[in-house]
Write a protein that binds this ligand. Structure first.
Ligand code: ZN
Length: 480
């Protein structure tokens, strides 16, 4: 019975944190006709988002859009401080009070850059038109991350007048950074390494998943909001084989570089990754289980016990495995170039590993080393990050949860681990409590448009998101 039920549990319950994952590192830039069909009356937030989308800002080209956003913030009475203004990046803070006031700061974090639009002919409206139609704003960035920035900005603007009259206990900053889609080195990392003291952050509310329905089988309309309090981290590494050989393709050989690398890569792939049920994952499953009936609910509420019976099954579902295991993908093979009849003296296999927070880089690499010990290869680290501590589910987490519950009746809110890398990581590394979630409910169709053709964001969601952020700020600013 358990065997029949669990795959369904696994598939339908554990997939949601992945819905917002998307590709990175794309480079081409599209220039589309700025043709803007508009309809009806729209609030300032909607018109602003439309215009922001029209300021094309594919990663590395944020400056123009950043300056537009900065000018808008300034015109609305926010205090602006530009951190970096470069040809390929733009990072700035727009705050209720000047940063020099040194008030503990509530940071709403978003990124200026967008991924490329690829083929504009596939889009219903030109990707950088910011078209307003069918109750949505259309275009690259309309949700990711310009829609998010718009919600954050317009919630902050609700407090400008109050902040000028009253000495509020905290500052609030809209922090806009570059290069999130390409790893954050030009944006969040620069800000955290050089301007953290200036920012004086109390808490950061950044990107993450959105609310989704259909998680609970018993109550399919029940919205689920996973607030990320930790995340997996990147470990990029490669196997290098350096095997001296006669060099000529006509000589029979038992061992040579390309062959060693392939054999070692195969040994890594053959290995079954261990399952790790962190306290956080168990808590998340229990939370979902408490909104389920029957066996499904029973299994989830007691997943700490059932994990011993369902491990193999969970491991076979890639999306579930991402939540419970370290994952490793072979992302490329190469060797030193040469003539067709030359055996390459060096060969490389590149791997992209994503590590669970509770596993150290050393622990992971030790496991890899054991698997490849029989082959003539060595491990080289290309890029790694230290583990960052999970943010606590205390005051700032609860304030976010309460703000969500005020707008979404009977929603289920739970802390989660985010399975991708985003800018939140840099703040957690410095010990700043950081919470990742976009407080709107996105239908599957809209989710599927992110990083894809016809990205669009419903106006109703935009308005609701502004309210959630405003409620959050209201509760934090009136707390002493
Ligand atoms: Zn993105």
């Amino acid at each position: 019975m358990i065997n029949r039920t669990l795959p369904i549990v696994a598939l339908t319950i554990l997939t949601f944190p992945f819905l917002l994952l998307a590709g990175h590192n794309r480079q081409n830039t599209i220039h589309a006709d700025p043709e803007i069909p508009k309809e009806g009356d729209h609030s300032q937030a909607v018109l602003f988002l439309s215009e922001y989308v029209q300021h094309e800002s594919v990663s590395g080209n944020e400056r123009n859009a950043g300056k537009f956003l900065k000018a808008f913030c300034k015109s609305k009475g926010l205090h602006v401080e530009v951190f970096t203004d470069e040809i390929d990046s733009y990072n700035f803070a727009a705050s209720l009070y000047p940063l020099s006031a040194r008030k503990p700061n509530i940071i709403l974090l978003s990124h200026i850059d967008v991924v490329p639009a690829d083929d504009p002919s596939l889009w219903t409206y030109p990707p950088f038109s910011g078209t307003i139609a069918d109750g949505k704003v259309w275009g690259r960035g309309s949700f990711d991350n310009k829609g998010v920035a718009t919600m954050q900005l317009f919630s902050i603007l609700e407090f400008v007048e109050k902040a000028s009259r009253k000495d509020l206990p905290y500052n609030v900053t809209l922090l806009s950074v570059s290069g999130e889609e390409t790893g954050g080195e030009k944006g969040a990392e620069v800000v955290v390494e050089n301007f953290l003291d200036k920012l004086n952050p109390l808490v950061v509310y950044g990107g993450g998943g959105a609310g989704v329905t259909g998680i609970s089988q018993a109550y399919s309309e029940l919205p689920f909001f996973g607030i990320s309090i930790s995340q997996k981290r990147i470990l990029w590494w490669q196997l290098k084989a350096d095997v001296p050989n006669p060099g000529h393709g006509s000589v029979p050989m038992d061992s040579y570089a390309t062959f060693e690398v392939i054999r070692a890569a195969k040994a890594i792939k053959a290995h079954r990754p261990a399952l790790h049920f962190s306290d956080q994952t168990i808590e998340m499953l229990r939370t979902i289980g408490s909104h389920e009936r029957g066996l499904r609910g029973f299994v989830l509420r007691n997943i700490g016990f059932f994990r011993y019976f369902v491990g193999n099954m969970l491991r076979q579902e890639p999306l579930v495995a991402a939540l419970l295991t370290n994952t490793t993908n072979l992302t490329g093979l190469s060797s030193t170039p040469g003539a067709f009849n030359q055996v390459a003296p060096e060969a490389f296999a590149r791997f992209d590993s994503r590590l669970l927070p509770e596993i150290s880089n050393e622990q992971f690499l030790e496991r890899i080393q054991k698997k490849v010990k029989d082959f003539k290869v060595e491990i080289e680290i290309i890029r790694q990050f230290p583990t960052s501590p999970a943010s606590e589910t205390g005051t700032y987490y609860r304030a976010f949860e309460e703000a969500i519950l005020r707008s979404f009746d009977e929603a289920v809110v739970s802390p989660i681990m985010f399975v991708a890398h985003n800018d939140n990581h840099y703040f957690r590394l410095k010990g700043v409590p950081t919470y990742g979630l976009v407080p709107v409910i996105l239908e599957e169709e809209i989710l599927g448009s992110i990083h894809n053709v016809d990205e669009r964001f419903p106006i109703a969601g935009l308005k609701k998101g502004i309210k959630v952020y405003a409620d959050l700020l209201q509760s934090l600013l009136t707390k002493k």
